[in-house]
Ligand binder design. Structure first.
Ligand code: NAD
Length: 356
C-alpha cells in the first residue's frame, strides 16, 4: 500500500494563498507520479486568523500542526493589521508558532540558477555557482529575550543564548556541512557582545566532534560585506536569530529575486517549510507573484521532513527546466525570458515537468 503523509497547510495573507495553491499543485503532480499520497489539513495564522478568530495564532492551529507530518506555509502580514498591538499582530503569531513547534533551526539555501546569473544585482562572474546554506538560530536571541520593554522615553530588548541553544544549532550546521563541502563559517559580533563571545566559545567546543569540518569565524559586519564581495567563499554560514535574518535576506539577492528562495524551519518535531519572502501586499491578488520560492520549499519538505528525496529532485529539476525553457514571472522577467507567465501558469508548467 502506498504511503500517505498528512501535510498542514497555512496559506496566510497577501500572496500567501496564491503561492501555496501552486506549491500544492506541484506536490499533487509529483506525488501521483512517485506513488505516495498527500492529505492536506488547512490552518489559520496571521491576519487571516485575526479576521476569523481575533488572534493571530488560534489554539486549533497550535494543536493541529502537531498532528501533521509536516507543514507548508505561505506568508503573513499586511497593512490592514499593522496598527494592532504588538502581541496581536500577524508576525507575533508566526514567532509564537515557530516557538510552539520547537523549530529552532532555519535553513536557508542561497543558490544561483545558471539561467538567472544576469538577474542578480551583482556581476555574473561574482554570483555564478554560488551555493550557500545559511543556518539561522530561530527561537532564541534578541527576538525572544526577556526582559523587553517599550517605555515613554526609552526601550530595550535582551539578547540571550543558552549553551543548549547554541550547541543544538551548531550541530545542525556541522551535520549539514558534512553533507556539503565541509566548511562552516560562524558569524557573530564577539568583539562587542558577551553573548557573541559565548556563542563563539560554544561553537568551537561543538566543532571538536567534527574534525573533518573546517570552522572559521567572522564578525557580522564583515560577513555582510563578504557576502556581496565574494559569496563563493561560503559553504555553510552558522549564525544567530537577528544576524541570520539580515544576512539571509542579503544572500537572497545574490539569486536575483526574493521570490526564488525557500526555507526550512526544523527542530525536534514537525518542520515548517516556507518561502523566505513576506506576504507582498503590493502585488497580492494580481496573479503575478513568483511561486518558485514556495514550490522549492515544498521540495525541501519532501527531502528533509518526509525523506522523499527522489520526488524533491523531480521538483528541483522541474523548476530548473521551466527557467531553462525561458518561462519567467514578472520579478525575473528582464532576464532571458521567452515568455512572461502568471503565478498560476508557472505552477502549471512546473507541475507538468515534475509529473513526467
Ligand atoms: P515582502 O517580502 O513581502 O516584499 C518585499 C518586496 O519583494 C515587495 O516588493 C514584493 O512585491 C516582492 N516580493 C516578495 N515576494 C515575492 C514573490 N514571491 N514574487 C514576486 N515579488 C515578491 O516584504 P515586506 O514588503 O517587507 O513585508 C510585507 C509584509 O510581509 C509585512 O506585513 C511583513 O511583516 C510580512 N512579512 C512576513 C514574513 C513571513 O510571513 N514569513 C516575512 C517577511 C515579511
Amino acid at each position: 500500500m502506498s504511503k500517505t503523509y498528512k501535510i498542514g497547510i497555512i496559506k496566510g495573507d497577501g500572496i500567501g494563498p496564491e503561492i501555496i495553491d501552486e506549491a500544492v499543485k506541484v506536490l499533487d503532480a509529483v506525488s501521483v507520479s512517485m506513488g505516495f499520497n498527500l492529505k492536506y489539513d488547512e490552518f489559520l495564522l496571521g491576519g487571516a486568523a485575526i479576521d476569523a478568530t481575533g488572534v493571530p495564532l488560534p489554539d486549533e492551529t497550535i494543536q493541529g500542526v502537531k498532528k501533521c507530518d509536516s507543514v507548508l506555509f505561505g506568508a503573513i502580514g499586511g497593512p490592514k493589521w499593522d496598527n494592532l498591538e504588538r502581541h496581536l499582530r500577524p508576525e507575533s503569531g508566526l514567532l509564537a508558532l515557530r516557538k510552539s513547534m520547537g523549530t529552532f533551526a532555519n535553513l536557508r539555501p542561497a543558490t544561483v540558477y545558471d539561467e538567472l546569473v544576469n538577474a542578480s544585482s551583482l556581476k555574473p562572474s561574482v554570483v555564478a555557482g554560488v551555493d550557500i546554506m545559511v543556518v539561522r538560530e530561530l527561537t532564541g536571541g534578541i527576538y525572544f529575550g526577556q526582559p523587553r520593554e517599550l517605555l515613554e522615553d526609552r526601550a530595550y530588548n535582551t539578547m540571550i543564548y543558552t549553551r543548549e541553544e547554541v550547541e543544538r544549532i551548531a550541530k545542525v550546521a556541522f551535520d549539514i556541512a558534512m553533507k556539503r563541502n565541509k566548511r562552516v563559517c560562524s558569524v557573530d559580533k564577539a568583539n562587542v557582545l558577551e553573548v557573541s563571545q559565548f556563542w563563539r566559545e560554544t561553537v568551537i567546543k561543538v566543532a571538536a566532534d567534527y574534525p573533518e569540518v573546517e570552522l572559521t569565524h567572522m564578525y557580522v559586519d564583515n560577513a555582510a560585506m563578504q557576502l556581496i564581495r565574494d559569496p563563493k567563499q561560503f559553504d555553510v554560514i552558522l549564525t544567530g536569530n537577528i544576524f541570520g535574518d539580515i544576512l539571509s535576506d542579503a544572500a537572497s539577492m545574490l539569486s536575483g529575486s526574493i521570490g526564488l528562495l525557500p526555507s526550512a524551519s526544523t527542530g525536534k518535531g514537525v518542520g515548517l517549510f516556507e518561502p523566505i519572502h513576506g506576504s507582498a501586499p503590493d502585488i497580492a491578488g494580481q496573479g503575478i507573484a513568483n511561486p518558485i520560492a514556495t514550490i522549492s520549499s515544498a521540495s525541501m519538505m519532501l527531502r528533509y521532513a518526509l525523506g522523499e528525496c527522489e520526488a524533491a529532485d523531480k521538483i528541483d529539476d522541474a523548476i530548473k527546466k521551466a527557467l531553462h525553457e525561458g518561462y519567467r514571472t514578472g520579478d525575473i522577467g528582464d532576464y532571458d525570458a521567452k515568455e512572461i507567465v502568471t503565478c498560476s501558469e508557472m505552477g502549471d508548467i512546473i507541475a507538468d515537468y515534475a509529473s513526467r
